[in-house]
Structure formats: C-alpha cells, structure tokens
Write a protein that binds this ligand. Sequence first.
Ligand code: PEP
Length: 251
Amino acid sequence: MARKKIVAGNWKMNTVPAEGVELAKNVVAGRSEVCECVNFIVCPPFTHLSQVVEAVKGSDIAVGAQDCATEAKGAYTGEIAASMIAALGCKYVILGHSERRQYYGETSETLNKKMAQAYANNLIPIYCVGENLEEREAGNHFAVCKAQIEEVVFNLTEEQFANLVIAYEPVWAIGTGKTATAEQAQEIHAYIREVLRSKFGAAAEECPILYGGSCKPSNAAEIFAKEDVDGGLIGGAALVAGDFLAIGKGF
Ligand code: PEP
C-alpha cells in the first residue's frame, strides 16, 4: 500500500482571523489544480481554527492545531485542551515543533503527555523531530532524531502509531532559506523509518514522514521524489495559497 502523501501548512503566529479565512478560502479555490492524491492540512493559530474549519467545509482540506495542552482540563490559565481542538472539527495537531522545544522548553516528558491528550481526543499528531546546526555539524543528527523518537513515539501503542505523522525538520533549515538537500532528507528519513521499524515492524512502512525546512515550490519536487519522503511540513510558503498549492504539485 502506498503511503499517504501530505502537505501540511504551519502558519505559526501569523494571520489575524480575516487573513486566515481568506488564505484558507484561496487554498480551497485552487485545490482542484493539484492531484487528489495529496492530502492538504492547514494549521492556523488557535484564535481562528473554528473559522478556518468553516472556510474549508465541503473540501478535502483538513485543519490542525499547532499545539495542545498536557492536561485534559482545569486550572491551566492560557492553555488549550486537545478536546477543545477536536470539538472545533480539527483532525490534526502539531506536537514537538522545534520552536516549542527551543522557546517553551518542551521536553519528551511534556510531549508524552501531549501525545496522550491528542490520542484521547482522536487527533492525529504531527510529531516533529530534528537536529540543530551544532548537532548536525558534530554528526549527531541521527542520534538526536533517534532519541526524540525513542523517548516519545516508542511509548505509543500499535493502534496509536497507525495514526501518526512524523515531520523531520532540521532546525538549521527552518525559516533560514537553507534547505536540506534531497539526499540529506532521504538519508535521515530512511534512518527514521529504520528506527520505527525496530519497534513497530512492518507498520513503519505506512507512517508518513514529512520534510520541513524552507520547503518551497522550487525545491519540493526534488525532495518529494525521494523514497522515504512523504510530503512536507511547510512554514513560510504556507502563507501564500499559490505557493502552498504549488508545493503539492511537487508529487
Ligand atoms: C516549520 O517551521 O515547520 C517550517 C518548515 O518552516 P519554514 O518552511 O518557514 O522553514
């Protein structure tokens, strides 16, 4: 069975609601130009998840959040529970993005709790892994990704693992304009799949592994052509509907 092809847009802390709705509507409007085989996901800020769910209604575009709380509910001022996200009609949640690991101190311990909340509410996590520049230059990128997978993904049940998307995002390529070469992406994606296989066996063949880091229309096709790259998690280029859709044409 062929793995799912996914192009997911991480809007980060960009767009006010009206801009987000317009962007979503433009993605819907151009969607028919791209192969139906591509699964598009948009991940707006919490504030307009609901309006974006409404804007994509009737299309096959799915909506995800960019994070969720570690707890189910209660006295956690400012937090957003996975149940709230699911109740809006979202299907996905990005977890462990490097910006959250770096700026908000997210650890594997935090992420295990967030993953549990996501699954308890039938959200599919898009779990991000990736090394920083120092780790890449020291040749530690394999070990870093392995640890990020072992400490979190290895705690999943087989059923949960069957509903997981992984995004490999080298921190040095995020928002920097520097992209990993297609060969670098394939090398580490194949390695990540091997690590997954060591725990989950043949089910690892079904797990979509996305590449993220300055992916754009001009480099998507070359990267997506690699055997173990099943699509992209897109930051900057996801804020322009035409570019986001054009990345989907990379398959
Ligand atoms: C991201 O942060 O998920 C990302 C891939 O960003 P960019 O495409 O802007 O590098």
